[in-house]
Design a binder for this molecule. Structure first.
Ligand SMILES: [Fe+2]
Ligand SMILES: [Fe+2]
Length: 213
């Protein structure tokens, strides 16, 4: 059977659909949430508030991941690399759905600024993509490694009794490490130090704001 060629209009519809689903939280996960086998322990009000704030930050991170991978997949002319970005983005869709569901269970709301985070990350992804495939992959490596460290810090900060949030964060950390390793194998170049610092600063602004908003 002949496959119809993907037109710019098709691409636009997919991009708009991804953006809308990311911001409204209507993505369905392809893997069951790792919370399923974890006991739901009673958390105090303060613990619930802390878990809610931390999981809101992680949810924003996943909104940004959708935007980055969408933009980077759009920018590359290499079909194999586009598939690699799309495969990673499917894991990020699971992360997005899991963190959203955990927020709901904790009685916390997603960030009010999600459309803004999405737009900003999409712009960054386009800039990274336009810089060429090796740099775009380098951007993936640096982002995913920073996310991995960030998730590690959340494992220290999440209440000990919040097994469900911990299970989600631990699985996400494993997936992000896999994304970084795949990008390294695909030919990523290391980004210059000032760019890596700027990325850390941008991430700091995002995580600090999303904790409250
Ligand atoms: Fe993720
Ligand atoms: Fe990732």
């Amino acid at each position: 059977m002949n496959e119809r060629e993907v037109t710019p209009v098709d691409r636009f519809i997919v991009l708009a659909d991804t953006a809308l689903k990311s911001v409204t939280g209507s993505f369905a996960p392809t893997r069951a949430a790792p919370t399923a086998n974890s006991p739901l322990l009673e958390l105090s009000v303060a613990e619930k508030e802390l878990s809610g704030a931390l999981m809101r930050v992680n949810h924003v991170g996943e909104v940004c991941a959708q935007a980055l991978y969408s933009a980077q997949a759009l920018a590359t002319r290499n079909p194999a690399l586009r598939r690699q970005f799309e495969t990673a983005a499917r894991d990020e869709t699971d992360h997005l759905a899991w963190t959203r569901e955990r927020l709901r269970q904790l009685g916390a709301r997603p960030s009010l600024l999600n459309p803004l985070w999405y737009a900003g990350a999409f712009g960054l992804g386009l800039i990274a993509g336009r810089a060429g495939d090796a740099t775009s992959l380098g951007f993936v490596v640096e982002t995913e490694r920073q996310v991995e460290q960030h998730l590690d810090s959340h494992l220290d900060r999440l209440p000990a009794g919040d097994a469900s949030s911990r299970a989600v964060v631990e699985q996400m950390k494993r997936d992000e490490a896999g994304h970084a390793t795949s990008a390294e194998h695909a030919g990523a170049v290391a980004l210059p130090l000032p760019v890596r610092w700027a990325m850390r600063l941008a991430a700091k602004v995002m995580t600090t704001t999303a904790h409250h908003l």
